[in-house]
Design a protein around this ligand. Structure first.
Ligand code: NAI
Ligand code: SF4
Length: 442
């Protein structure tokens, strides 16, 4: 049984209230940090922990914090990215609704470390009920002296606000989020400058995912070195995975990084195997933006080693035979899944969500959707399959933000690993387009 650093108390009755949360050790990191540590010492512990961004990119959190520009007299901000919208990803929603004080505690300790006196939680607009839970918890934290002026008599002040998102997937891209928070349309900005230098209101800003911030109290309480003992190599600590699709036990699991993928899928402690006694066909391991892998490659690397739930192992083989850990949205597909239709479904999403600023993404996502639509509806031609790859390549590296690549990579990977199924849609259009049609294999 792996350690649960974030979710140990998630099922305790009343844990969303300050009293119960404190009875289970809540807010210790605020007391420890504000009373016994300098801000730089807190940053140092986070660096030592090896924590990597849990939103999807996996960038080292401590390093990001140390990049924060600190010009004298200029305010700086900590912004929590709670605009969780990646298809297949639903872990932050659970953390915030069940453990709002864990996030608030992380925001206070993190804001102290960064020298921020005003911080924001930008939450997906559709999660209004979670916003209300957070607001209630924030009010409790103010009343108990954990927020506001002179927190716990330390001389440190912090105001924390929750802001509802703009209702678009792109508002979760960090610079689009900042634009939206400023009251504008959520269009991504060019990077550099990175938010650490020029972020909210052009001030130095750190944007961190909910789960990353929720890990800060544990790191401060136990020490960065202790946290780093969990996991494998540069994948330290625990990670939440939201498992969905054709599994016996879909749900949210906190795992110690390094768990074999096979164990995650098949053991009763986690997903309990594939539903209805069927075979696994493919997995999207880290939310819809990452390349799909067929069963053989998700369970073992190309070198025949067990694939592990780590940043390195999941990406072993690059995009030829590997994928990414991403946001932890783990989507399992059984043998009846139509991969072409599934790819079309994802591509519709990205086309719809493209903000339209750059042509390769605006036009390219439209092309991908159109060509896939043709294939799915029995009007495809053989050259369409290579056309998909060609469009995907022309998007890659030519856009302002990663949405373009998020649309392109999964399509290219689906063609790479399931070309015969794409060809079947061309050679057997009537059979392939029937409702519930199952690819018969080679
Ligand atoms: P990124 O790799 O561009 O950046 C990662 C972070 O590091 C950013 O905060 C960036 O500002 C910072 N950074 C990188 N280089 C820096 C430097 N030299 N100086 C200062 N800061 C620097 O990736 P991004 O855009 O943050 O995330 C993309 C990922 O997000 C995708 O791969 C996808 O997995 C995930 N995603 C997650 C969603 C969710 O709902 N959780 C939704 C959509 C995408
Ligand atoms: Fe907008 Fe797409 Fe360009 Fe991102 S890549 S800025 S979503 S058009």
């Amino acid at each position: 049984m792996g350690r649960k650093l974030l979710t140990e108390h998630i099922n305790v009755e009343g844990i969303e209230t300050l009293d119960v949360y404190r009875k289970h050790g809540g807010y210790r990191s605020v007391e420890k940090a504000l009373k016994t540590m300098t801000p730089d010492e807190v940053v140092e512990e986070v660096k030592k922990s090896g924590l990597r961004g849990r939103g999807g990119a996996g960038f080292p959190t401590g390093l990001k914090w140390s990049f924060l520009a600190k010009p004298e007299g200029v305010p700086r901000y900590l912004v929590c990215n709670a605009d969780e919208s990646e298809p297949g990803t639903f872990k932050d929603r659970q953390l915030m609704s069940k453990l709002p004080h864990l996030l608030i505690e992380g925001m206070i300790t993190g804001s102290y470390a960064l020298g921020a006196n005003t911080s924001y939680i930008y939450i997906r607009g559709e999660l209004l009920y979670v916003l209300r839970i957070l607001e209630k918890a924030i009010a409790e934290a103010y009343a108990a002296g954990f927020l506001g002026k002179n927190i716990l008599g330390s001389g440190y002040d912090l105001d924390l606000y929750v802001h509802p998102g703009g209702g678009a997937y792109i508002c979760g891209e960090e610079t689009a989020l900042l634009e939206s928070l400023e009251g504008k349309r959520g269009n991504p900005r060019n990077k550099p400058p990175f938010p650490a230098v020029q972020g909210l209101y052009a001030r130095p800003t750190v944007v961190n995912n909910v789960e990353s911030i929720a890990a800060v109290p544990v790191i401060v309480n136990e020490g960065g070195d202790e946290y780093a003992k969990i996991g494998v190599g540069k994948s330290t600590g625990t990670k939440l995975f939201s498992a969905c699709g054709h599994l016996n036990k879909p749900g949210i699991y906190e795992i110690e990084l390094g768990l074999p993928v096979e164990e995650f899928i098949y053991s009763d402690e986690y997903c309990g195997g594939i539903w209805k006694g069927r075979e696994l066909k493919a997995v999207v391991a880290g939310g819809s933006s990452v390349p799909i892998l067929p069963k053989e490659l998700i369970l073992k690397t190309a070198a025949g080693e067990n694939r592990l739930m780590t940043y390195e192992s999941l990406s072993d083989g690059g995009f030829v035979t590997g994928t990414m850990l991403g946001s932890g949205g783990f989507i399992a597909m059984d043998e009846t899944t139509n991969i072409v239709r599934n790819t079309w479904n994802f591509s519709r999403f990205y086309h719809h969500e493209s903000c339209g600023q750059c042509s390769p993404c605006r036009e390219g996502t439209g092309w991908l959707e159109k060509v896939l639509h043709r294939l799915v509806h029995g009007h495809g031609q053989m050259q369409d399959i290579d056309l998909l790859v060609s469009v995907a390549k022309q998007i890659e590296g030519n856009t302002i933000c990663p949405l373009g690549e998020a649309a392109a990579w999964p399509v290219a990977a689906a063609v790479r690993h399931f070309r015969d199924e794409f060809e079947w849609h061309v050679t057997h259009p009537q059979e392939a387009t029937k409702a519930g049609a199952i690819f018969p294999g080679k």
